[in-house]
Structure formats: structure tokens, C-alpha cells
Write a protein of this length. Structure first.
Length: 325
């Protein structure tokens, strides 16, 4: 059955003032975080920062659905609302919520609340499994609830302590000389808050060698590397130290897709990138990503993106010229 995770409340007021539905301390921290993100972005886009694992994101308009690969990260929203679709599941999150991805996942996302007056603002912190494990051991958390998440993604309300740490991490961008020493400490604190939260058991699986999550992450890395090659389930199962049926079950629980469906998403997204950025036709793109039949490629492309390849690329280019999405 499709599942939906929604972090409420999602309503927003004047971005310069506190939002209704939030405690005053939360509203104040959200306003500080939003102000810092706007200060260090200034225009729409995804911005690298002096903190290597930290990106700041600003978007001033709602978007058409975007198909992409989410890498392991925690996303904390300061303003705006977003929905992410993973297979039959959907995850809606806004201010005072965070979205965690534990493995590379092919998703479809769309902004629901964003405007020039009140842009969508968030930070994305890439996750380092080795550092997560260090925090688990140092805080003696590895022996606690180790139940595995059935999905490689979840939404959780952001605690005041985690939000405070996020504000301090972004504020370090104003003091470049302090980043090398203080940023790792703040990031470790954020990991601790995530490990101590209601989804701590799911978050721990990111770091645990031998867990179903870590074994499937290895399979995902192989599929991503060899996405244009034929898929051999038996070989992937041996690599994960699982039987083929167990691999299929774990893989689908974590990603909402079978290994073959996952590979198909990678192929189609790469083909779309080739069609947009290089002078190739649909048949050439199909062969380059591993399809033997251009007609099958066109059917599956239209099923995922809503239009056949040529029509879809024409639409995307027109939307880009018009400044849409």
C-alpha cells in the first residue's frame, strides 16, 4: 500500500515574523535560519559552502515535478513546502521538519510553497556513515534500538536542539576561520540529535556494517556504476550475501523499487540528461544507456516522464526559456 509521511504544520505566515502553529522558540530559530540561508544565497540555486558537506538551496517559484537521484543527506527546511515521491510513497515536509535519505534513491520531487516574496529555503547536509558510527560509539548509542527502516527515507519533526545546531552551522559561514575547527563539532552534534530522535533506529542503519541497509547500499552502488550493463540478480545477491529472493525483498523495502526498476530509472534519467545536454537523438540515447530496443525505450520514457522523448525535451526547453520549473 502507498504510504505518506507528512510533517505538520505546513502553513506559513509572513517570512519575517513567526509562523502560526509553531512554538515561539521554534519560530524564532526558523526565522534565523531562513535569514542566514537568504544571506548566503541571494538568488535561486543550489550553493556549495565552505563546509564541504553543506549546501544551501533557494527557489522562488513552485516547480513542475523534477526527477533526480537523492544521495544520503538530511534536509532541514526553513521556509516553504516540498513533496517527494518514492515509488508509491510520498513525503511532504515544510518548516520545522527534516527529510532524511539513507541510500541513493531515484525520486520525483515538487515544491508546493515557494514564491518571489517567500522563497523555499533549506539546507542539505550530506551524511558520512563513518562519522555517524563514531558518534554512535562515542555516545554509546549503538546498543539501542536497531530495528531497520522499511524505507531509505523518512520525515521527522525537527527538535529545537537540532534546529539550533543547524542555525549555528550556517552561521559559521560568517566566520570562515572558525569553520575547520567548529563545523565538525556542530555536525557531530547534529548526528547525535538525529540518532536520539524518534527515527534514531532508522538513522543508525546508515552506519552499521552488515545491516540490510548497508548491504543494499553496496548493491545500489554497483547498479549505479554499471547501469548500462545487463542486470544479474544472482551476482548482486552473492555480493550482498543474500539469496535472490531476500535481495529483492530488502531492496524493494528500502527503495520502493525492484533492482530492475531501479536500474530502469537510472537509465531513463541519464537518457533524459543526454537528450538535453548533448546532440543525440532518442535512438542513440537509448543505446548509450543500455536499451536494445528504441521502441521499448520510448514507451518506458513516456511512462515515466509523461511524454515521448522528443516531445518531452521540447517541453523542457520551452519551460527553461520561459523560466518555469
Amino acid at each position: 500500500m502507498p504510504q505518506s509521511q507528512v510533517a505538520a504544520p505546513l502553513s506559513q505566515a509572513d517570512p519575517e515574523g513567526p509562523s502560526p502553529g509553531y512554538d515561539q522558540p521554534i519560530a524564532d530559530k526558523l526565522a534565523k535560519l531562513a535569514g542566514l540561508i537568504e544571506k548566503h544565497t541571494g538568488s535561486d540555486g543550489v550553493f556549495r559552502t565552505a563546509v564541504p558537506s553543506l549546501h544551501l538551496i533557494r527557489t522562488s517559484k513552485s516547480t513542475m515535478p523534477v526527477h533526480t537521484i537523492y544521495e544520503p543527506a538530511v534536509v532541514i527546511v526553513a521556509r516553504g513546502t516540498k513533496v517527494v515521491m518514492l515509488g508509491g510513497d510520498s513525503y511532504t515536509y515544510g518548516p520545522s521538519a527534516h527529510f532524511v535519505v539513507s541510500v541513493d534513491l531515484p525520486v520525483t520531487s515538487r515544491l508546493l510553497q515557494a514564491s518571489a516574496e517567500s522563497p523555499y529555503l533549506c539546507l542539505r547536509l550530506g551524511l558520512d556513515p563513518a562519522q555517524v558510527l563514531e558518534v554512535m560509539k562515542g555516545a554509546e548509542l549503538e546498543g539501542e534500538d536497531e530495528r531497520e527502516s522499511k524505507r531509505g527515507a523518512f520525515v521527522e519533526q525537527t527538535s529545537p536542539a537540532l534546529l539550533d545546531a543547524a542555525v549555528r552551522l550556517v552561521r559559521l559561514l560568517d566566520s570562515p576561520r572558525e569553520i575547520s575547527y567548529l563545523a565538525p563539532l556542530v555536525i557531530r552534534e547534529m548526528y547525535f540529535r538525529l540518532l536520539s530522535g524518534s527515527q534514531g533506529g532508522a538513522f543508525r542503519q546508515i552506519a552499521l556494517a552488515g545491516s540490510g541497509t548497508s548491504r543494499i547500499a553496496g548493491v545500489i552502488a554497483r547498479i549505479k556504476r554499471d547501469y548500462a550493463q545487463p542486470l544479474h540478480i544472482g551476482e548482486l545477491a552473492r555480493m550482498a550475501h543474500m539469496g535472490p529472493s531476500s535481495l529483492h525483498r530488502y531492496f524493494k523495502e528500502l527503495t520502493a523499487l525492484s533492482p530492475l526498476q531501479y536500474q530502469k530509472r537510472l537509465r531513463l534519467q541519464e537518457a533524459r540528461r543526454l537528450l538535453l545536454s548533448e546532440s543525440v537523438d532518442a535512438a542513440d540515447a537509448a543505446y548509450r544507456v543500455g536499451y536494445e530496443s528504441p521502441s521499448q525505450f520510448s514507451r518506458e520514457y513516456a511512462r515515466l516522464f509523461g511524454l515521448p522523448p522528443i516531445s518531452d525535451i521540447k517541453r523542457l526547453r520551452e519551460e527553461t526559456e520561459q523560466g518555469i520549473g
